[in-house]
Write a protein that binds this ligand. Structure first.
Ligand code: ATP
Length: 634
């Protein structure tokens, strides 16, 4: 890894600083600026600061990612016994209606809660696998849910018995299924959905991963297992299409392609309900590809640190996995349909009391937006759970979050809510609120329907998308001035998740069968398989071209939309103060290549994210530039 001074941008060049960190085999070269500081000595001014000065408009907002703990958070032994009774969840729909299933997970008390609370510390007691007692001193109340998981419940136990497997199975059958985590900030939503330590979980050793991965990666694993089994029995292959976005300050941001130039708006249509227009969607074939999207998307999410959570998500994240299969539903070969089941995972941002979290400035703006959208969600849940109000006006339109969850709450989907709570007395009011909403959500009834569309419609829509992708491809090539080399598709890293992680769900057996069917099942001269694979090739090629464009912009000093990694290291300042303990911070800026990304994810390093939004230059929409600052944990 070497950045030469020619490659870097800046106004003045100084001799290249050469340093070696023991994490790298190679030297890191970085042109720096020396500035004398009051009191003597020099400060190394990183290249990046110069780049920031180039921006046409000063920074709009800054998000900082707080230090990640270097090892799993210490846990006190809890007195609650591990539950042994299996949580039974009915697997399929018995009638036209399907109630929203609600499970509650109580996380262990944190160190801070142990230290700060006065006795008695706990207000929640899990009585059995369905009931929980809230004992708030003044009054106590018992709640019953589909499942209750106590502080000692493992990640695997939650996955096995919360009912998510049913949702995966139903999505394969063509239903739209949603699993969302709800709860106050720091209550364990990301821990439950993604895993311990958030996105860093993917870089932990295997043993740790197996134990601590959350529901989303476990469900992805289960989905692929099921699809592999089904593919062997079925003559028609499955196709998986993924999108990942976040709602941050009521703006929708693409987490797969953070520099997506399209303005992302929520639109509504009779056939599709509410959806995000222009959201980047990509076909994937292997579990590795999907896990890479999940990990990268998590790393792109807006995070911050506040008094209640060091790694607080500041946005609602929506991962959507669409499972498509062409089916013959009647004897007429011209009447082919495509099933379009969907599995949606929503990790909501947590509600937050400013008095407790001490949020200020930009964080306060975020908090207000989070609380506002959660309030609308609460209002929708209340209205939908009340039989006298259910048929009246439901205020879905009042926030982007509720618009996008409309199908899942009172619509045609199948829904699972995971309410996360802390047992601590310090969170008494918030936990009670969460339990109340969870209790109401139990009464919401959906009317699930299998989502199908005629194969012809699907082909026409895919054709439109392919046309758009081709236009984008031409534009990208033009902007690159014909100097692109996107001949081969980008390869995704093998992450050894399970032995089948690289196995395509479109196995050779099914392709053969499909080819046979294809010769009879052509429509408008093009098969859906071909058009999907064309779509897939173009999305990947465009992704590669976008990366090349960013690389070129970086080399030419145009920082718009790029991601920069800055490595900070405290070293003894031996040159200026040979015999003192004074330290200086050396800073190295580099592009996010594989080695550096590896470092970002290592738990022994602290990472902070800063995201800047440039003012749009004429004719272009604003783009974000994310800077990741990496520091070794002390
Ligand atoms: N079941 C659990 N077991 C052990 N630790 C947990 C558990 N649930 C949460 N934690 C720890 O509590 C802290 C807060 O959890 P997490 O970040 O998942 O909360 P959150 O609800 O997603 O918060 P926010 O809404 O602010 O993003 C983390 O350090 C996490 O590791």
């Amino acid at each position: 890894m070497a950045i030469s001074s020619q490659q870097a941008t800046g106004r003045q060049r100084h001799p290249t600083l050469v340093a070696q960190t023991d994490e790298f085999d190679e030297y890191v070269y970085y042109p720096y600026y020396e500035k004398s500081v009051p009191g003597g000595g020099y400060e190394y001014v990183p290249e990046l600061e110069e780049v920031v000065e180039y921006e046409e408009e000063p920074v709009e907002y800054v998000i900082e990612r707080a230090p990640q703990p270097s090892s799993p958070p210490p846990q006190r032994t809890t007195v609650v016994q591990r539950t042994t009774v299996q949580h039974e969840v009915p697997r399929y729909i018995g009638s036209d209606k399907d109630r929203v299933r609600v499970v509650v997970r109580v996380r262990p008390m944190s160190e801070r809660e142990y230290d700060e609370s006065r006795k008695p510390q706990k207000v929640l007691h899990c009585v059995n696998e369905n009931s929980i007692i809230f004992d708030g001193g003044q009054h106590s109340r018992r709640f019953t849910f589909d499942s209750v998981f106590n502080e000692a419940s493992s990640q695997d136990e939650v996955f096995q018995y919360c009912g998510i497997k049913r949702l995966v199975d139903m999505a394969i059958e063509g239903y739209i299924t949603t699993c969302f985590a709800y709860g106050q900030t720091g209550s364990g939503k990301t821990h439950t959905m993604i895993g311990a330590q958030g996105a860093s979980i993917f870089r932990m050793d295997e043993q740790y991963r197996v134990e601590h991965l959350g529901i989303v990666p476990r469900s992805i694993n289960y989905l692929f297992q099921r699809l592999r089994d089904k593919t062997l029995q079925s003559s028609s292959p499955y196709y998986i299409r993924v999108s990942y976005c976040e709602i941050y300050n009521e703006q929708i941001r693409d987490l797969i392609r953070p520099a997506n130039p399209d303005a992302l708006q929520v639109r509504g249509s009779i056939e599709d309900g509410f959806y995000v227009e222009n959201l980047y969607q990509t076909y994937i074939e292997t579990i590795d590809e999907l896990l890479t999207i999940l990990e990268e998307g998590e790393l792109n999410r807006a995070m911050a640190s506040h008094k209640l959570n060091d790694t607080s998500s500041r946005s609602h994240a929506l991962l959507s996995i669409q499972i498509e299969q062409d089916v013959q539903e009647s004897d007429d070969p011209n009447e082919q349909m495509t099933r379009q089941g969907k599995l949606i995972f929503v990790d909501l941002a947590g509600s937050e009391k400013v008095k407790l979290s001490h949020s200020k400035g930009k964080q306060l703006v975020e908090t207000n937006n989070i609380n506002k959208s959660l309030l609308t969600l609460g209002t929708c849940i209340s209205a939908l759970s009340d039989p006298s109000k259910r048929s009246g006006h439901i205020p879905y339109r009042e926030s982007k979050l509720t618009r996008l969850l409309a199908e899942s709450l009172g619509g045609h989907g199948i829904t699972l809510m995971i309410a996360c709570i802390s047992p601590s007395r310090l969170c008494e009011n918030e936990s009670m609120n969460t339990l109340r909403y969870a209790n109401r959500a139990k009464n919401i009834e959906n009317e699930p329907v299998v989502k199908t569309d005629s194969k012809e419609n699907v082909i026409n829509r895919l054709k439109l998308e392919v046309r758009k992708l081709k236009d984008e491809n031409n534009q990208l090539k033009k902007r690159l001035g014909g100097q692109n080399s996107a001949t081969s598709l980008p390869r995704l890293k093998h992450r050894n998740y399970d032995e089948g992680s690289q196995t395509s769900i479109r196995s050779s057996a099914s392709s053969e069968l499909y080819d046979r069917q294809d010769t009879h099942g052509r429509m408008n001269g093009v098969s859906t398989q071909k058009i999907r694979s064309h779509h897939e090739t173009l999305t990947r090629e465009n992704e590669k071209l976008v990366r090349q464009l960013h690389q070129r912009d970086r080399e030419q000093g145009l920082s718009n939309g790029k991601r920069v990694i800055v490595i900070e290291e405290d070293v003894p300042d031996e040159e200026t103060y040979p015999s003192s303990n004074r330290q200086v911070t050396r800073t190295y800026a580099t592009e996010p290549n594989d080695e550096v990304l590896e470092l970002v994810r290592r738990p022994s390093y602290l990472t902070r994210y800063r995201t800047y939004r440039n003012k749009s230059s004429e004719g272009e929409s604003p783009q974000r530039r994310t800077t990741t600052v990496v520091r070794r944990a002390t």
